[in-house]
Design a protein around this ligand. Structure first.
Ligand SMILES: [Zn+2]
Length: 638
């Protein structure tokens, strides 16, 4: 039995019997909604019916309350008969109750679009929880092929009586659907982009991405110098030489965070923008600009704790952090200062980032009304054991200040579309964070390379609802969907995980020598890290997997999906070798020729869901010497 991952409250334990929805291929139950169901409730009912039909081919009837026939009923949403006062439940919580002849699934919702991550959708979460538990549904990747539902002729809902609520008040993997390129021919056609986006949006909600409270943040002071630099230069960083503000005109700048007037001003501006009817539980954005903390004034320096010996150990020599002072304590002090001046109950948000990422050392105590985003500028996966341990120590250190923490890493942007697998190390970091107080996530970003990086992405999504499950348990769910080839597919991805781990040093060195960024232009170096020979053994492994599923059409289609992903990755690495901005000498004609095969492949398989081609077009634009032709839209070229 899978361990329970949603926080639960066991209300009571009657000896109710299980309820049959479908028996021997015949519908037994009917779905019941309130007279005027909200959009969330209607959608939740459809989702339930869709998956039941996928399991057994039976379409359940849906009626509104009062019209219900005799026999077992599945009440979705706040029906009178359920007796659930949904508005009194915690945000996004849901009651799941299975009694003698009825299933009740009713949660805390609002009236919004069920697919909007801002919409509270407790009833939908209850349906998904039930689908996972009693129907064994697993959402491996977006779309029909990635939806695993075991075939059966009888569906039984097991006795339950629970209130379920999400573990984290915000669960977010940025969807990565906004990538744009100067060479859009490398990306999706409009129709394919829409399909990819629609399917992924559904997938993310099935993994309960969303939030209980409205919250927004980001680099908070980017326009302050322009507006206030003249009147209040003392709010801004003091540079060596006595100048305040950015190093050069128009450049980025950090703040003089020890200045108590600055903290007061942050609160005053936030208060001025608040609606008059706002409650006391607002969030104040105090996230420093996208630059290390650089103020050299006496007061800032005085707040800094002793620099830990290893605070720069795991940054590459060309990192923006290299050579900077350790300033975490002054930022902790700043957030505390802002929080003390804010109305009681408000939460101040900051990032642990750049040279204020390492945990503070002065012994400063924060509190639960300070929310810190864990945002390392290094620590890409795969990490050495020492680096991984160091990253986790920083989390623990911040947790020990008593602040609340959320995961705000950029590591999912790594790896281009290569079979770049780090699922186990990722899960280990997630587990560590959960154990030490993680309250929310905001991962930047989902790049959507489902066929080559599936295990990473499945584990990342699934941990949000099953944070106690081990990586191996979750991966076993994923592999099981490949039926008779599950062992072969496991071995295939294990092989890539080993390859990724063993390539750690090579990746770091290559990125440095070719001046390649892990998140922006990986395709400059893909051919070095994934040369042609590395694909040979994995190709053979998938060939064997394909043979194993010859008699299982659904599993065979999934193996084919992986093979397409691999074929595409190999092709991309080959194009990287010819077009890399780190040394391509290809002529116009050669460029055109090299791209032809890739573009033909993308047009042929853009509806397959193997990869977010728009993300690839964005990366490749910054990585490759490209042709004028690829500036055309993919609808017109090739
Ligand atoms: Zn200062």
């Amino acid at each position: 039995m899978p361990r329970l991952i949603f926080a639960f409250l066991l209300l009571s334990s009657f000896s109710w019997a299980d309820v049959a929805l479908v028996r021997d291929g015949r519908a037994q139950a009917v779905v019941v909604t309130p007279e005027k169901p909200t959009r969330v409730v209607s959608y939740a009912a459809q989702e339930l019916m869709r998956h039941v039909e996928k399991a057994c081919g039976v379409k359940l009837d849906v009626v509104t309350e009062g019209m219900a026939k005799s026999g077992p009923r599945i009440f979705i949403g706040p029906c009178h008969e359920s007796g659930v006062e949904a508005e009194k439940l915690a945000p996004e919580a849901c009651v799941l109750r299975v009694t003698d002849a009825a299933i009740f699934i009713a949660g805390n919702d609002d009236g919004g679009d069920p697919l909007d991550t801002d919409t509270r959708a407790g009833t939908l979460w209850g349906v998904y929880e039930w689908l996972e538990r009693d129907l064994g549904v697993r959402w491996l990747w977006p779309g029909e092929l990635g939806t695993f539902v075991a075939k059966r002729t009888t569906i039984i809902a097991k006795t339950a009586d629970e209130t379920i609520a999400p573990h984290f008040f915000r669960r977010h993997i940025r969807p990565g659907l906004g990538f744009e390129s100067e060479h859009p021919a490398l990306g999706f056609t409009k129709e394919a982009a829409k399909q990819f986006s629609d399917e992924q949006t559904v997938f993310l909600r099935r993994h309960r991405m969303g939030r209980s409270q409205s919250i927004s943040y980001g680099h908070a002071f980017t326009d302050w110098w322009e507006e206030d630099g003249k009147t209040h230069p003392e709010w801004f960083q003091l540079l060596d030489g006595g100048k305040r503000g950015p190093k050069k005109k128009g450049g980025r700048f950090s703040l003089c965070v020890s200045n108590p007037d600055l903290a007061r001003e942050v609160v005053a501006r936030w208060s001025a923008k608040r609606p008059p009817d706002a409650t006391t539980s607002g969030f104040i954005n105090a996230v420093e600009n996208d630059i290390p903390g650089l103020c050299t004034c006496e007061n800032c320096l005085a707040l800094d704790g002793p620099a830990p010996a290893d605070h720069l150990t795991f940054y590459p020599p060309d990192s923006k952090v290299a050579g900077t002072r350790f300033v975490s304590d002054r930022y902790a002090h700043f957030w505390l200062d802002v929080q003390k001046q804010a109305p009681a109950g408000c939460t101040v948000i900051g990032y642990a980032y750049f040279n204020y990422f390492s945990a503070p050392t002065s012994g400063i105590r924060l509190n639960k009304n300070i929310l810190v985003g864990f945002c390392p500028s290094a620590g890409w996966f795969p990490r050495s054991d020492a680096e991984h341990a160091w990253m986790k120590q920083q989390w623990t250190g911040w947790h020990e200040t008593d602040a609340r923490l959320f995961m705000r890493t950029n590591h999912l942007l790594d790896g281009y579309c290569m079979p770049f697998i780090f699922a186990r190390q990722f899960a280990d970091e997630f587990h560590h964070a959960v154990k030490h107080g993680m309250v929310a996530t905001d991962y930047d970003s989902l790049t959507g390379h489902w066929a080559t990086q599936g295990p990473n992405l499945y584990v990342a999504a699934r941990l949000h609802t099953r944070p106690e499950a081990s990586a191996d348990e979750l991966l076993a769910e994923y592999y099981a969907a490949f039926g008779p080839a599950s062992t072969q597919v496991k071995n295939y991805f294990d092989q890539w995980e080993d390859y990724t781990t063993d390539s750690r040093e090579k990746i770091a060195q290559t990125m440095q020598t070719t001046q390649t960024s892990r998140w922006r232009n990986w395709a400059k170096a893909a051919h070095v890290i994934y040369p042609p020979e590395c694909f040979q053994q994995p190709e053979t492994m998938l060939e064997a997997a394909a043979k194993a599923v010859a008699d299982d059409a659904e599993a065979a289609a999934r193996v084919k999906f992986l093979r397409l992903g691999l074929q595409h990755a190999k092709l991309c690495a080959r194009v990287s070798a010819k077009l890399t901005l780190a040394g391509s000498t290809a002529t116009k004609d050669e460029i055109k020729q090299v791209l032809e095969e890739l573009l033909a492949f993308r047009r042929a398989y853009e509806r397959s869901g193997i990869s977010n081609f728009n993300h690839l077009a964005w990366v490749e634009d910054l990585s490759w010497k490209l042709s004028e032709e690829t500036r055309q839209t993919p609808d017109l070229y090739p």
